[in-house]
Design a protein around this ligand. Structure first.
Ligand SMILES: [Zn+2]
Ligand SMILES: [Zn+2]
Length: 338
């Protein structure tokens, strides 16, 4: 089969590889589409500890074409997607039930081969059939599952004000979940453009354009919108400067959630006296491990709308073009079509 294979950071090739051979508890999926994620851009740079040689890609769906002898409940010809984080079940954190904090966590597309390929093999317990979703929608199941986990981490009180910094694909979903789950007002700040326009249509009550040249402009605009700050501030841009803004824009006793994918070496300045005096809470939300069925319920009911989030489809051999599109920030979600 054909696949994108990285041999080292920034060194990839579209080439022939062996089609994966399944074990008795696995299925083989012919990939229909796979979304390009911020994580893939970090993997491209060698960040997040990728295990080379590696085929990235973890936001996929396809058709089951082969089934292992021990697999039950799945059929050939079924369209399906899969959860992409795998805990070891044996370490200190797994034994406490904190599977997402597993010390040996494997992620599809980071530690094990992903779906920028014609076929991917999957442990059957990770697989979810997707009868009611289009191929475009199915690319957004994994990001939606991450947003569901983000909602759980945020643990928001009903009637709260929320500021979301950033309007990328998971932000587009998170804004909808905030609205569905009792936020009184959802404000989104992001650079002006199609992402901010879409989130205004999908979920945001207020949108504020971030001005990278003169950040004082959006800071002041946000302070005017919510003079006492926001009860919850979600940092979904990956910019340390905006994390500092997030802390200063939270209300007293407010919560800040770090939700973006940052560069491994990124650091931000915080003022401990301010955290203590204003009784702030700072939380992190990373990926997901048990949110796929709930993400599917949201998408199948169409309560969460993702169709317009997928803005580009790029053939697998043109992976470089997809990366350039992602870097240029012109589209929202780019889907690779093998
Ligand atoms: Zn992703
Ligand atoms: Zn573990």
């Amino acid at each position: 089969m054909k696949a994108i294979v990285y041999d080292a950071p920034r060194k990839f090739e579209y080439r022939d590889v062996d089609t994966p051979k399944i074990r008795p508890n696995e299925v083989l999926l012919r990939v229909h589409a796979c979304g390009v994620c911020g994580t893939d851009l970090h993997v491209h740079e060698g960040e997040f500890g990728p295990r080379f040689p590696l085929t990235p890609g973890h936001e996929f769906s396809g058709e089951i074409v082969e089934i292992g002898s021990e697999v039950t409940g799945l059929n050939k010809g079924q369209r399906a997607t899969a959860s992409t984080t795998m805990a070891c079940g044996k370490c200190f954190y797994c034994q406490r039930g904190d599977f997402l904090q597993c010390e040996n966590l494997d992620g599809i597309g980071v530690e094990v081969n992903g779906a920028f390929a014609e076929y991917i093999k999957l442990r059957s317990d990770l697989v979810f059939p997707i009868e009611k979703l289009s191929v475009r929608e199915s690319v957004m199941v994994e990001p939606t599952a991450c947003a569901v986990h983000g909602m759980e981490t945020l643990d928001m009180k009903p009637g709260s004000t929320v500021l979301l910094l950033g309007a990328g694909p998971t932000g587009q979903v998170l804004a909808q979940l905030l609205k569905l789950n009792g936020a009184a007002r959802v404000t989104v700040a992001a650079p002006a453009g199609p992402k901010l326009d879409l989130i205004a249509r999908l979920a945001a009550d207020d949108v504020v354009a971030i001005d990278r040249q003169d950040p004082e402009i959006h800071r002041q605009h946000l302070r005017e919108l919510s003079p006492h700050g926001f009860d919850y501030v979600v940092e979904a841009t990956g910019s340390p400067q905006l994390l500092q803004d997030a802390i200063s824009l939270a209300s007293r006793r407010g919560t800040i959630m770090v939700y973006a994918v940052y560069a491994d070496a990124a650091t931000a300045q915080i003022t401990p006296a301010d955290i203590m005096r204003r009784e702030l809470q700072i939380k992190g939300s990373f990926a997901q491990i048990d949110c796929f069925s709930r993400a599917l319920a949201y998408l199948e009911s169409k309560k969460v709308k993702v169709d317009e989030i997928v803005t580009h489809e790029v053939p697998l051999p043109d992976y470089q073009k997809a990366l350039e599109l992602a870097w240029s920030r012109k589209g929202i979600k780019i889907a690779i079509i093998p």
